[in-house]
Design a protein around this ligand. Structure first.
Ligand code: FO1
Length: 316
């Protein structure tokens, strides 16, 4: 507990690996009843007939202490026997699904076939794994990030994993977003939050799909909570992954300033890398307070330190 005598509710918007690091830090700093996580589902895919929600699983495995820290996704010490056999049977094996990880996707797919929503399934799985933090998908409706590269149209996982983010992307969009609704609890959490954190996740393929669900962006603009973002970019490149490439493809400047511009309509404070001190003035011209910090999170100590800095900003 915070010990400050009033209920603190921090709501976090996140994608997978980058966000999971900050969430691990936040989870170590505050009570689980004080943290609600809203997760991107634009990366979800169906493979081998299974519904896979990579970002929800990365957050779930991280909070359960199960995540493969070296990769930032999947379950540590997992084995790949089922995938090997799937390959022998002629299936595609470019998406590395471990044996234990497969149990999650089999459970999710089975429960959804019985009629449960993605929210209900997510809640069941996190409880079964002993997680007390609330994890909400952004939507129970199918919203799919799609990328146009040359004359090809790719899903996010085809671009990111199969093609190793090499194709020149011309356009990124969120199929199904217009008709989607926020998952139960999402708008309520944003409306009643005391602080909101936008994780250092890919702004184009992790945060933008969440913002594209009708009602979520407005809730962020209207909330009385302080909204604090953390930059996923240092200099002109993402800390990990293709965020800078996809920002350029979307017509945004590939820098922390470009991220700040994309979030300026709802952001109160933006935490950027010490190295990007020179962008401070430009960000503050957008009416967003800029704060510099060491935003690289390589171990639990640095995750917790950044989480404490973010919490201090959010509570103001
Ligand atoms: N990322 C990879 O780079 N290669 C993989 O084979 C891979 C498999 C995979 C399986 C389950 C899962 O939950 C995530 C997986 N990821 C893999 C990570 C995932 O593609 C990305 O981390 C997120 O979608 C980006 O946020």
């Amino acid at each position: 507990s915070t010990g400050v005598g009033f209920a603190l509710m921090i709501v976090v918007l996140t994608g997978g690996t980058g966000g999971a690091k900050l969430i691990e830090g936040l989870a170590a700093e505050i009570d689980s009843a004080e943290l609600t996580i809203i997760c991107n589902t634009g990366d979800d895919c169906v493979l081998h007939g299974l519904h896979i929600s990579p970002d929800i699983d990365t957050i779930t495995y991280t909070l359960a202490g199960l995540v493969d820290d070296a990769k930032g996704w999947g379950i540590k010490d997992d084995t790949f026997t089922a995938l090997e056999q799937l390959g022998r049977l002629g299936a595609d094996t470019w998406f590395k699904l471990g044996d234990r990880d497969l149990a999650t996707h089999i459970t999710r797919t089975g429960l959804m076939a019985e009629g449960l929503t993605l929210s209900q399934v997510t809640d069941r799985i996190r409880k079964a794994l002993g997680i007390t933090w609330r994890i909400l998908p952004m939507s129970d409706d199918r919203v799919e990030t799609r990328l146009r590269a040359g004359d090809k149209e790719l899903t996010f996982q085809e671009y990111f994993v199969k093609e190793r983010w090499q194709p020149m992307v011309r356009k990124v969009y969120c199929a199904g977003a217009v008709k989607s609704k926020p998952a139960p609890g999402v708008l309520n959490a944003l409306g009643s939050a005391s602080g909101i954190v936008v994780c250092p996740s890919n702004p184009v393929t992790s945060i933008n799909p969440i913002l594209a669900v009708p009602g979520i962006r407005d809730a962020l603009k209207e909330t009385s909570a302080t909204v604090v973002g953390v930059s996923p970019i240092i200099g002109a490149a993402a800390i990990t992954g293709p965020a800078h490439k996809l920002m350029s493809a979307s017509g945004w400047e590939a820098s922390a300033l470009g991220v700040a511009r994309a979030y300026a309509d709802f952001l109160d404070v933006f935490v950027i890398a010490n190295e990007d001190e020179n962008l401070k003035a430009g960000i503050e011209e957008l009416n967003v307070r800029a704060v510099t910090a060491d935003i690289r999170m390589n171990d639990l100590a640095s995750k917790r330190r950044l989480a404490r800095e973010v919490l201090a900003l959010v509570k103001k």
